[in-house]
Design a protein around this ligand. Structure first.
Ligand SMILES: NC(=O)c1ccc[n+]([C@@H]2O[C@H](COP(=O)([O-])OP(=O)(O)OC[C@H]3O[C@@H](n4cnc5c(N)ncnc54)[C@H](O)[C@@H]3O)[C@@H](O)[C@H]2O)c1
Length: 389
């Protein structure tokens, strides 16, 4: 169905589309990239040349490989030029109506049996597929940013997706040297769902004045072993992206308080303080401004770290409980998609489910909020004295 000779189409030549095209061309495929904005297409072409040249200079690829990759990619100005593609991956603006319109249009251009995939971060694959005559050929293939470097790819069959298409896409993306996980079509898939408490619990601790952002970031890095703290990571991702993902996930879960966004982050977005890209987010990155120093209090740091960690574990356990993905795929997704130091279910085994439940009970009793309800998966593990591994 799909193999090393398959012709790949990419629609949208922004941050994600250009990376996905490079990955597919590096794997030896003939790739056609289309964007409805010519300047975006030109920029993608010149960025590709620059990034390949850098890889040659760093001796990561040879000049022959550079030439092959460039030969494999064609930047095209008409959607019709994608007609020979066996798989088209869409990476355009995150808007359901625009994506549906495009899927409806592109299906008519492609050969029967071609696969249509969306790289959406937060929209329902099933609703995108509903715009097509053959929703069985539509699937989610979700790369992480930057697609050339991040190993994880979430494969998301919609309600109508043919299981053979799911298998074929998984094998193909595996052959591109990526790590694939299979996820049920649910809001945020694995990573953008399970990671929510990393931000939201940190924001809650900050809003309550339990600690300042520099101390929370320090605790998660120094004590937790995370590569970045929540506030510096939100500033890096940009509040226009990070806040919107949180809000979308929350709305799609029928306003479940577990996923409720934080006002402090919304205000930054409203004020245009989007993070590093605008020079100011939670932190001020102006050259003359000194970044705040953390408190480096080990007792406080441990309280912060453990509170955020148990909330992450709770969400990972619930994701497993609701059969969104397998145990191994949930842990793999968090380590390979967002560089967590350990899989969260493995982490739960290490610290003990009794300790996780005790902390969550403490939060729930104190706040009396549904946000802190304990996943039945954790309760089951506790009652049955069962570990995840
Ligand atoms: N940026 C990320 O971190 C990230 C990570 C994973 C997934 N995603 C998802 O990938 C998709 C693309 O995100 P991005 O960050 O690359 O966006 P981007 O803004 O960098 O690029 C989008 C491109 O799509 C083009 N475009 C818009 N509408 C189009 C249309 N109708 N037809 C053809 N081209 C069109 C734009 O001209 C632009 O070049 C979104 O669905 C997003 O949710 C983004």
């Amino acid at each position: 169905m799909l193999n090393k000779n398959s012709v790949i189409g990419v629609i949208g030549s922004g941050a994600m589309g250009s990376g996905i095209a490079q990955v597919a061309a590096t794997a030896g495929h003939s790739v056609f990239v289309y964007d409805n904005n010519e300047s975006s297409l030109d920029k993608a072409e010149s960025n590709l040349k620059t990034s390949l040249q850098k890889l040659v200079e760093k001796q990561k690829i040879t000049v022959d490989q550079q030439n092959d990759i460039l030969k494999n990619i064609q930047f095209v100005k008409g959607l019709n030029q994608l007609s020979d593609c066996d798989l088209v991956i869409e990476a355009i603006v995150e808007n359901l109506e625009i994506k549906k319109k495009l899927f409806h249009e592109i299906e008519k251009i492609l050969k029967p049996g071609s696969v249509l995939a969306s790289n959406t971060s937060s929209l329902s694959i099933t609703s995108i597929a509903a715009a097509c005559e053959k929703p069985q050929n539509v699937i989610g293939i979700h790369f992480f940013n930057p697609a050339t470097l991040m190993p994880l790819v979430e494969i998301i069959p919609g309600v109508a997706t043919d299981p053979q298409i799911t298998d074929a896409c998984k094998s193909l993306i595996d052959s591109w040297k990526k790590i694939t996980v299979i996820v049920k079509d649910t809001p945020g898939f694995i990573v953008n769902r399970v990671a929510r408490p990393f931000y939201s619990e940190a924001l809650r601790i900050y809003e309550e004045g339990i600690a300042d952002m520099a101390t929370i970031d320090w605790a998660m890095k120094e004590i937790g072993g995370f590569k970045m703290g929540p506030f510096e990571l939100m500033d890096l991702i940009g509040h226009d992206v990070n806040y919107v993902v949180t809000e979308t996930v929350w709305k799609q879960f029928y306003y479940d308080p577990k996923f409720k966004p934080a006002l402090s982050q919304k205000r930054l977005l409203e004020g245009g303080f989007l993070g590093r890209k605008t020079g100011r987010g939670f932190y001020n990155y102006a050259p003359e401004t000194k970044l705040p120093e953390p408190l480096k209090d080990a007792t406080l740091g441990n309280i912060i770290f453990k509170r955020i960690l148990v909330m992450l574990i709770n969400e990972a356990a619930d994701t497993l409980y609701l059969r969104v993905a397998s145990r191994d795929d949930i842990d793999m997704a968090m380590t390979k998609g967002v560089n967590y130091p350990k899989g969260l279910l493995k982490w739960c085994d290490e610290i003990g489910v009794d300790s996780v439940i005790k902390d969550l009970n403490g939060l729930r009793d104190f706040y009396e909020e549904d946000r802190y309800r304990i996943s039945p998966m954790l309760k089951q593990s506790f009652i049955l004295k069962r570990k995840f591994y």
